[in-house]
Design a protein around this ligand. Structure first.
Ligand code: ZN
Length: 272
């Protein structure tokens, strides 16, 4: 009897396995009456392939939108001195504005917000030094610390210049070795070249006619470049005091264009 029960259990188990296999082959859900999808559902393998197809999956990008919308309201805070790695520098400034009163802080925050959304769509984790345009600060040294602590793979400081009214164009500001940033000088220069060429090929902004050489300048007096320990450059996206540049810089379409160029530069930098 024991043997007879044993054989019967094996037969019952075999029947159960066959029933489960038949149910799975039929799609598993047909019993619930749900329609089969027209397209095959993504298999786990396909989902993984899609995730890894995102060009920035696993990447951390730091974005520093220059200044803040209320900086002008708190001069005693904004004017206090911080150490920038070489010398004392004010915590921040109120930034510049166009002749029509469009503030640089609003421009930098808009570009940063477009860039963040593009980067996140492509799989990156984004760390911003400020997440609104209605505050004061943080100071420039704190902005560098935020990006360092996030261990960003690459970072960008976004600004627009307040140059002579007759001058046009963008300039990439690159770091000079000062100790804390020694290990990212070469990579920052490479990133700077990527930013410059993306700007030239993807936006209508020319290289600066009044600042730097062929769109590049080296600076050793800025906390944002002196204290940052990940590859980073600062870009002055154009001259807010020039009427032609101002018309571009204040347009949402152009701000999106800048964001796309910056993302292209980031992807190119990370691939090489
Ligand atoms: Zn600025």
């Amino acid at each position: 009897m024991i043997r007879h029960n044993y054989v019967r259990r094996i037969l019952l188990a075999a029947v159960a396995v066959l029933l489960v296999a038949a149910w799975a082959a039929s799609g598993g859900s047909s019993a619930a009456g749900r329609p089969r999808p027209a397209v095959l559902p993504a298999t786990p393998g396909r989902a993984a392939a899609n995730a890894s197809a995102k060009p920035l999956a696993g990447i951390i990008v730091g974005i520093d939108p220059g200044h803040n919308g209320r900086n002008a309201d708190d001069p005693s805070y904004i004017d206090h001195l911080i150490w920038n790695g070489r010398e004392r520098e004010t915590c921040d400034t109120a930034g510049t504005e166009t002749d029509g009163g469009y503030p640089e802080a609003r421009f930098t925050f808009n570009v940063a917000t477009f860039l963040r959304s593009d980067l996140q769509r492509d799989g990156a984790r984004v760390v911003m030094t400020r997440t609104s345009n209605t505050g004061v600060g943080p100071c420039v040294n704190t902005r560098a610390q935020i990006i360092n602590r996030a261990h960003a793979n690459v970072a960008i400081d976004i600004h627009a210049d307040g140059g002579p009214a007759s001058g046009r164009g963008f300039t990439v500001l690159e770091p000079i070795a000062d100790g804390p940033n020694d290990r990212v000088i070469g990579s920052s220069q490479r990133f700077g070249r990527d930013v410059r060429s993306a700007f030239l090929s993807m936006t209508s902004m020319p290289v600066s006619t009044y600042y730097g050489a062929d769109g590049i300048v080296y600076r050793d007096d800025l906390a944002g470049l002196n204290l940052t320990t990940v590859p980073k450059v600062l870009i002055e996206c154009g001259n807010m005091r020039n009427a032609t540049d101002a018309a571009l810089l204040t347009s949402a379409r152009f701000q999106r264009e800048i964001a796309r160029a910056l993302e292209a530069a980031i992807i190119r930098f990370l691939r090489t």
